[in-house]
Design a protein around this ligand. Structure first.
Ligand SMILES: Nc1ncnc2c1ncn2[C@@H]1O[C@H](COP(=O)(O)OP(=O)(O)O)[C@@H](O)[C@H]1O
Ligand SMILES: [Mg+2]
Length: 284
């Protein structure tokens, strides 16, 4: 049992986890690769990870993990009102890494069954019993992706160095800023070592961002990983691409640990002491 399991026991339904949404302006940028590998890399840290395939029409999280879902998010639509985190657990598919997956519907026409209310409830329940909820999304800023973005603690915006990707990522970042989400956005340049006219170190300036994460290009590694349905962080941990994902997981966890151990509000005694010591210093 992860150490977080005790934290929320007294408040079922309360938020425990941090929600990370993986999105990009264009398709084929590496969102699914990032979502599954990051989710698996985080489980190596002995914490509970939920993974939601929010690409409701053509989700391929299950494929990338070689899972054959019995249930998908559409199956919880009927009894969402009475659903609690224990019944929801029956609809999750456990990957061998420990990641719990809520899969996307098996056919694109079922995507309409996934309503905003269902998304809201599913995310809240998943967040109540996982330390992280990673959400893969469809390309662009569709309505359902915007719903995830609004709920997210962090928004990972992926781009590659291709001209069209950069152009559309700029538009996406501008839109997210207008919507007031700038502080939650983290830019990730995927395939950052690929041969391109635009060079990775120039991208932060082009896109006007301060912090950027670089994930190296490794076509053979990534395509083979997708083909066999084994995330490369599991069996190719020494590669530079896997190391970049582990570094991200490391940084996420250390940030989370710092925020968990920082007292959110001073206790009554601390407040009292603070007031008293202020009075004492003002005497001198
Ligand atoms: N770091 C990488 N290096 C090389 N190829 C990659 C990398 N990340 C993703 N790819 C390739 O990009 C393609 C799209 O990845 P995918 O995760 O399915 O994109 P998306 O979910 O954004 O549509 C895949 O064929 C995958 O092999
Ligand atoms: Mg995808």
């Amino acid at each position: 049992m992860g150490k977080g399991d005790t934290r929320n026991e007294d408040q079922p339904g309360g938020k425990r986890g941090e929600m990370i949404v993986v999105c990009s302006a264009k398709g084929g940028i590496g969102r699914t690769v990032m979502a599954v590998n990051l989710a698996v890399a985080l489980t190596k840290k002995n914490i509970q990870i939920g993974l939601l395939d929010g690409s409701f029409q053509f989700g391929d999280v299950a494929l990338a993990l070689d899972l054959h879902p019995t249930f998908t998010i559409k199956d919880i639509a009927e009894n969402i009102e009475s659903m609690d985190r224990y019944t929801l657990a029956g609809f999750l598919i456990q990957h061998s890494s420990g990641v719990k997956v809520l899969a996307a519907p098996e056919r694109p026409e079922y995507a309409d069954l996934v309503t905003p209310a269902l998304i809201d409830r599913a995310c809240d329940l998943l967040l109540s019993h996982h330390d992280y909820l990673i959400v893969d999304t469809g390309a662009g800023l569709q309505e359902k992706t915007l719903q995830f973005i609004e709920k997210a603690d962090q928004i990972f915006v992926l781009t590659t160095l291709e001209m069209t990707a950069i152009k559309n990522t700029k538009l996406m970042l501008e839109t997210l800023e207008v919507l007031g989400y700038k502080d939650k956005v983290q830019l990730i340049i995927n395939r950052s070592t690929m041969d391109s006219v635009i060079k990775a170190p120039d991208v932060p300036d082009i896109l006007g961002v301060e912090s950027t994460i670089y994930v190296p290009n490794d076509f053979h590694l990534v395509s083979q990983s997708l083909n066999i349905g084994i995330p490369f962080v599991m069996n190719q941990a020494k590669t530079e691409t896997a190391k970049a994902i582990f570094k991200m997981a490391e940084q996420l966890i250390s940030r989370r640990e710092i925020s968990l151990f920082q007292p959110k509000q001073a206790s009554f005694i601390q407040q009292l002491f603070h007031k008293t010591s202020k009075n004492i210093t003002s005497i001198f």
